[in-house]
Ligand binder design. Structure first.
Ligand SMILES: Cc1cc2nc3c(=O)[nH]c(=O)nc-3n(C[C@H](O)[C@H](O)[C@H](O)COP(=O)(O)OP(=O)(O)OC[C@H]3O[C@@H](n4cnc5c(N)ncnc54)[C@H](O)[C@@H]3O)c2cc1C
Length: 400
């Protein structure tokens, strides 16, 4: 019989194993891949953005955000020390933390080194199919073997960016846990219109506002990628997790794109600005717009307004053009699916776990860490942030 078995050797599984072992637990990790930390290697475009200096609750999402706050308050100040103690040297760039090597493998290898030094047992290439509670012990069935353990940590991550079967939710449900609705988050968004091939490949700074029932739900500013299916880019990703819930409730979802976020004044002021520019330069509208907007975006705006290339500003419906520049309405069809998403919005309800230990309220000695729980964050190191915080919490409480 094993003491503590961690199902999944990703970010949170590895960190939990180290912390629990440092606290004296005898730990085994069961991982379905042939190595640990596979997803970690692709994070931050291979650089692993593992934390963010700006730690605000509003960077995270959960249906039980007040429970998340308790977890966060307990562990957010311990994360960087954990990495210091692994010997990782890191750098902060605009609040984002990366290893100075700029390589995710530095983080994975540092975790591995510690795991090996602590003598933590790893069972590779076995997928856990089912976990049963039998009196005071757990019976863990994999595709190859059967194990017994006193305590189990489910650290199987989420279905995001997974190509094969994912059993984490099913295993947890069979143990009596409930899962919130699940949605792809940090994911690209497809639109309903047919002109996207004209703006395909453009990257431009813009302000995006998610609009439902004429209300602004959330705003983000940054580089937007205009693609042949719709929109992508970090600021779009940060809105994406909200979209599917509205669509499922038959709401129309719009993204208002301000293509001139550098102009901080009103529409009337912008109209005056363009009128002055046009009078001064005596150019066509196309030439004027191309002075500050990517030519492909100019093409889209001119075509949608039926404006020929030789037409001047004074000869068009100016308010309409201003609307397209400052309030371009992108009609959302859907987000891309889980396979394309960086994370999943939703997971095991936080009110089914003890916020001070992350032990299940339904099954004694069962714990959860990481993305399988109903917590997700925006881009910037927040999702790994939760993986570490939850791992440290379980690692510190599992021996009590
Ligand atoms: C492309 C991409 C880029 C990202 N970049 C960032 C970033 O820069 N910063 C950031 O904060 N977050 C980033 N994320 C999100 C981050 O990687 C995850 O939130 C984080 O890895 C979750 O940690 P976890 O331990 O919960 O799950 P994971 O790290 O996914 O680990 C789960 C482990 O469990 C194993 N497993 C699953 N089911 C079973 C089973 N039944 N039996 C045995 N083993 C099993 C899996 O093989 C895996 O090794 C990114 C995600 C993606 C996809």
């Amino acid at each position: 019989m094993m003491d503590v078995v961690i199902i999944g050797g990703g970010a949170s599984g590895m960190a939990t194993a180290i912390r629990a072992s440092l606290n004296g637990a005898k730990v085994t990790i069961i991982e379905k891949n042939n190595k640990l930390g596979k997803k970690l290697l692709v994070t931050g475009n291979g650089r692993c953005n593992f934390w963010n200096k700006e730690q605000d609750l509003n960077k995270y999402h959960s249906q039980n955000i007040e429970i998340f706050k308790e977890i966060y308050d307990l562990k957010k100040d311990e994360v960087l020390k954990f990495f210091d103690d692994l010997g990782i040297v890191y750098q902060e760039i605009n609040g984002y933390y990366y290893p100075v090597s700029n390589q995710a493998i530095t983080i994975v290898e540092a975790l591995m080194r510690k795991i090996e030094k602590l003598g933590i047992r790893i069972i590779y290439n076995e997928e856990v199919l089912k976990i049963k509670k039998d009196n005071n012990k757990f019976v863990i069935l994999t595709d190859k073997n059967k194990y017994e353990a006193l305590k189990v940590v489910i650290a199987t991550g989420s279905i995001a960016s997974i190509n094969d079967e994912y059993l984490g939710y099913q295993i947890s449900q069979e143990l009596g846990h409930n899962i919130t609705n699940l949605y792809p988050s940090l994911v690209q968004v497809k639109g309903k219109d047919s002109y996207y091939n004209k703006w395909n490949g453009v990257r431009a700074k813009a302000k995006l506002s998610l609009i439902v029932d004429n209300n602004i739900i959330k705003e983000e500013m940054g580089e937007v990628q205009f693609t042949d299916y719709g929109l992508s880019g970090i600021c779009l990703f940060n809105l994406s997790g909200l979209i599917n819930d509205y669509l499922n409730n038959n709401k129309e979802v719009l993204i208002n794109i301000n293509l001139v976020p550098w102009f901080n004044n009103s529409k009337d002021e912008f109209k005056k600005y363009l009128t002055n520019l046009s009078n001064k330069l005596d150019y066509t509208l196309k030439d004027i717009l191309e002075g500050f907007l990517n030519y492909k975006l100019v093409r889209v705006i001119l075509d949608l307004n039926n404006i020929k290339d030789d037409i001047k500003w004074n000869d068009v419906k100016q308010d309409k053009v201003i609307d397209y520049l400052m309030n371009f309405l992108f009609r959302v069809l859907e987000t891309k699916d889980f396979r394309d998403a960086q994370v999943v919005r939703g997971g095991i309800f936080l009110n089914e776990v003890n916020s001070k230990t992350l032990e299940s309220k339904k099954v004694d000695n069962l714990y959860f860490t990481g993305e399988i729980l109903d917590v997700d964050g925006i881009c910037g190191g927040y999702n790994l942030g939760f993986a570490w915080m939850s791992a440290l919490l379980v690692g510190d409480s599992i021996n009590d």
